[in-house]
Structures are given as C-alpha cells and as structure tokens.
Ligand binder design. Structure first.
Ligand code: PMP
Length: 416
C-alpha cells in the first residue's frame, strides 16, 4: 500500500481481510509513520497535566521538559490545590470506587451534588452525568434517536455525536453553513418523528464558534430540537465561562446541553442537561448510564472546579491574555491559524507528511503539540493543533513562537 496516498478504506478497513490481516496492515502503516518520526501520538508523559511536561522520547536525548500544548485543562484546574483537595476528600470519605451502576446502588450524595451543580451552572434544573463526555453524547443520542427520527449534524461535530446517531437517519450540513442547514430543515419539515440538530459550541479542530442564535432560530422555525455540545467552550467562552450559550444568553432555549468534565473541569466524565422529564427518561433508558458503574468519589473535584470558575475568574483572564498574545504572535509569523476564537489554536499546514515533520521539529525544540492528520481531518487539512492554558507563562509561549519561526523559515509554512 502506498501509505502516503492511501485512503482510510485502503489501510484501515480493506475488503476481504480478517481482523488479524487488517491489524497487520494497520501496523505497517503505524511503522511507516514511526520510521519517519511522525508517530507523535501516545507519547508518555512522566509528569502531570500542565503547561510543561517531562518526557523521555527515544532518540530525543533523554528525559527533558517540553512546553506542552496538548491539554484541554484550559484553566489549569487539574493542578489547583482546592480541586486536588476535593478529590482527596472524596476518596478519604467515600473510598475509591462507586461499586455499582447508578440505578442499582452506585448513586451517591456526591453524584447528586454534581448533577445539581452542573445543572445550575447552566441555569437549569436537571442533569444526568455519564462516565465520559463521549458517552454523554453517544449514549444520550442513541436512546433519543431511532429509525423513525432524523439527526442533522454540522460536519465538524465530535465523533461521539456521530456514533450516537448510528441508529437513526443522519444528514450533514457543511460547517456553520446556515443555508444548507435551512435547506435540510425545510425539505424534511413534515417528515420524521423527532428531528434533532446537533452542533458544537466551539469546534474541536478549528477552535471557531457556532452561530448559536441563528441556528436556534432556524431549528425552532422548522420544528426541530437543538442539542449543543460545548466541551471546548465551557470555562473559556462567555463573560463567566458558560460557553457560547452565555454569549447569546440562550440558557433556557437550547433544548439539550451536553459537555465534558475532562477539560476545564479537570477530571473525567460528561453531562447532559435537559428538561426534568427527558433527563429522567435518560436515567432509565440510556444503557451506558444504566448498566455501567458511575464516576468514582474523586469526582468531587469537579464540583469544586465548577465553583472555582465563579470564585476565581482571574484564571479565565489569564487564559485570554495568553490566547491573545499567542494568536497575535503566530499571525505575525504569517502562519495560517484560521478562524479560531477560543483556546484551541491550529496551525494549518495541509500536507500530512509536512505536518508530521513539523511535529518532529517542534519536539526537537522542546515543544509538544499534536499533529492532526487524515482521517481525523480531511486529507489536505492536516495541521498542528494546540490548546492553551491559563498557566502557560510568557517565556513558554515565546519559546513556542521562536520554534515556529525557525521551522517556518526552514520549511516555508507561511500563507502565500
Ligand atoms: N465533545 C467534544 C467536542 C470533544 O472534543 C470531546 C473530547 N475531545 C468530547 C465531546 C468527549 O469528551 P471526553 O473526553 O470527556 O470523553
């Protein structure tokens, strides 16, 4: 297989191969990337989540610190003493595991407090928590939408949303394309039982925002429901970090809000916020919630992180100072960072081999950033994807900008 030009089908799911043959072929592809020094995924960090991590990457000169741009812990709360203290309190008081799924013994006071805290953070009454953000989307959609229904998705939604729509009919509109969304809504106005538009607030690859107000208006006009996943907007966007829903003040109007506890909330888990009846339906219908153990007592960290967003707004200020400084710096180097308006900052490169090379050169320069290539993004849309934290310092960001300047001069990455 010519891996440089092969498609996903050629090497991940080729015709007529059993699972061991497919796995051998896929391993060949991974070796192809590794031999070039481009398999810069699953690198092992030896220190905790933060603006700098230490790693000992074979061939990179032993254990050393790297400026890290790979964490979605936007406000740095996973190292916040009060958040850590809350996790330890949870373990000391309740133990390490929840022991059962929520319907049959695994629902505790700290889960209830977390449900209440996340619902009221979004000025609503009812929430269900899941063990990951991924299942918050996939499991809730799987139980809400079936063969009689229609999901209408922005092409940029997270893969968990796609998976949640695997049992229903799905139509995709181009990213933030309101005309196309309206056409789909109009054409299907009198068809299907439930129609659900699903969008992200902040898109995870480009860091740009959804025009939530306009999408909500269209959705309501044509009798559909709206589900919003603002995994990357929470703690980052809006006056007090409630995400794009706050920018447009649509707390009550969006039918379903989903999100994750793995980013700003510095732990793991996810949530779905909806009407009391729909949340109750999900609590007894959503199989991944019903038949799977709940979050551990360490999730008391999340409830603390939710409070800290309001109690210590200075973290969001610091994050935005970093975002403004860093994006200005990258733009002044002539790099293409697209339309980002959040803490996710891509440097768009196009070619995947060049993207792999840039990631290697960044590592050599002590910078850890993710190369994103096909099939995560379309073939010509490869990029280095970075996310900023409130706790990055100016010297750290300057080191990254210097590395990009050097690499860009060598490889010619600037926009023409
Ligand atoms: N939604 C979006 C937009 C995401 O980017 C992610 C994770 N990267 C998820 C949901 C899933 O969240 P989790 O990591 O908590 O499973």
């Amino acid at each position: 297989v010519d891996f440089e030009n092969a498609s996903f089908k050629d090497f991940e799911n080729p015709e007529g191969m059993d699972i061991y043959q497919r796995s051998d072929l896929f391993n060949e592809y991974l070796d192809f990337l590794q031999d070039r020094g481009h398999l810069n995924y699953r690198l092992e960090s030896l220190t905790g989540c933060g603006p700098v991590v230490e790693m000992d990457i074979p061939g990179y000169g032993g254990r050393r610190p790297y400026v890290s741009l790979v964490s979605n812990d936007y406000l740095g709360f996973s190292q916040h003493p009060l958040v850590k203290k809350a996790a330890v309190y949870g373990i000391n008081n309740f133990g390490t595991g929840a022991g059962a799924s929520p319907a049959i013994g695994g629902h505790y006071s700290f889960h209830q407090e977390l449900e209440n805290a996340i619902a009221s953070f979004f000025k609503r009454d009812s929430a269900i928590i899941y063990t990951t953000g991924y299942t918050a989307n996939s499991a809730s959609l799987l139980s809400m939408l079936q063969v009689q229904d229609l999901a209408i998705l922005d092409i940029g939604v997270h893969t968990s949303v796609r998976e949640g729509c695997s049992a229903t009919n799905t139509k995709i509109f181009l990213h933030n394309n309101l005309n196309m969304l309206e056409r789909i809504l109009r054409e299907n106005k009198d068809k299907y039982r439930t129609k659900m538009v699903v969008i992200d607030g902040v898109y995870s690859q480009d860091g740009d925002l959804a025009p939530l107000d306009q999408i909500l208006q269209l959705t309501k006009h044509y009798g559909a429901y709206l589900m919003l996943d603002d995994a990357h907007g929470t703690g980052v966007i809006g006056e007090t970090g409630r995400g794009v829903i706050e920018t447009h003040d649509l707390f009550e109007q969006v039918d379903i809000i989903s999100g994750t506890f793995s980013k700003t909330f510095a732990h793991v888990g996810g949530y779905v916020i909806a009407s009391a009846e729909l949340v109750r339906f999900l609590k007894f219908q959503s199989r991944q919630h019903l038949f799977s153990a709940t979050s551990t007592p360490a999730c008391m960290a999340i409830t603390k992180a939710i409070q800290l967003i309001d109690q210590e707004p200075e973290w969001m200020d610091l994050l935005w100072e970093n975002i403004n400084y860093f994006t200005t710096g990258l733009r002044s180097l002539g790099l293409d960072i697209g339309t980002t308006a959040s803490a996710i900052i891509p440097v768009k490169i196009g070619n995947s081999a060049v993207t792999g090379e840039v990631s290697k050169m960044l590592l050599k320069a002590g910078v850890y950033a993710n190369p994103i290539i096909y099939p995560a993004v379309p073939k010509k849309h490869s990029r280095i994807r970075m996310s900023l934290m409130a706790t990055h310092t100016r010297p750290q960001l300057d080191a990254v900008l210097n590395a990009f300047e050097h690499i860009s001069n060598k490889l010619g990455l600037t926009k023409t």
